[in-house]
Design a protein around this ligand. Structure first.
Ligand SMILES: [Fe+2]
Ligand SMILES: [Fe+2]
Length: 180
């Protein structure tokens, strides 16, 4: 069996100081997700299990990604539905993104279960049936999802949300993280 390798965590901490500007926070969170996807790809294809990295990714998927989806589903998307004009034609985009949130959450739960199993057994991801493939598919789907939000959703939020909306959004996102 190849020797285990351990690397320090490489996903930057949540930029809480940006929560006062929620759209900046979303942008920073998406950058963190890109870093996380690169690490997930690395874990999926490595011949030895990097335990530190696996634990870090498990924590990211179980906490940060969950909070991010709630920020969008419970706060940002409902606000956009209220503020966007018919010409923005946002509903089908939000509908598709919400369906992806639900689907990817199920995949993330499977990946977490698989990673926990790999950690427990001290085996690389490739030894857990279907796990590497699921992780790579997750990264592919999430990268596309994130690009759609960056390209369509966030520019519309900048254009349509009022100062009050942004203040309320900020308060809700701070509240969500207050117990973390
Ligand atoms: Fe999303
Ligand atoms: Fe997002």
């Amino acid at each position: 069996m190849s020797k285990p390798v351990d690397t320090p965590p490489m996903i930057a901490p949540m930029p809480r100081d940006l929560l006062g500007d929620p759209l900046e926070f979303f942008a920073a969170d998406h950058l963190r997700q890109r870093a996380a996807f690169a690490l997930i790809e690395r874990l999926a294809t490595a011949s030895a299990l990097d335990r530190t990295l696996a634990a870090h990714v498990l924590e990211f998927l179980g906490k940060d990604m969950v909070a991010h989806v709630l920020d969008e589903e419970d706060d940002l998307f409902p606000l956009l539905r209220m503020r966007c004009e018919a010409e923005d034609d946002i509903e089908h985009v939000l509908g598709d993104l919400s369906a992806e949130h639900a689907a990817e959450e199920r995949v993330a739960v499977d990946i977490r279960t698989g990673l926990a199993e790999a950690l427990e057994a001290g085996r690389p991801v490739g030894d857990i049936e279907g796990l590497g493939k699921r992780m790579l598919a997750f990264v592919h789907a999430e990268s596309r999802h994130l690009a759609l939000e960056n390209g369509i959703v966030f520019p519309l939020a900048r254009a349509r949300l009022s100062e009050d909306d942004l203040r309320n959004l900020s308060a809700r996102m701070i509240q969500r993280r207050s117990s973390q």
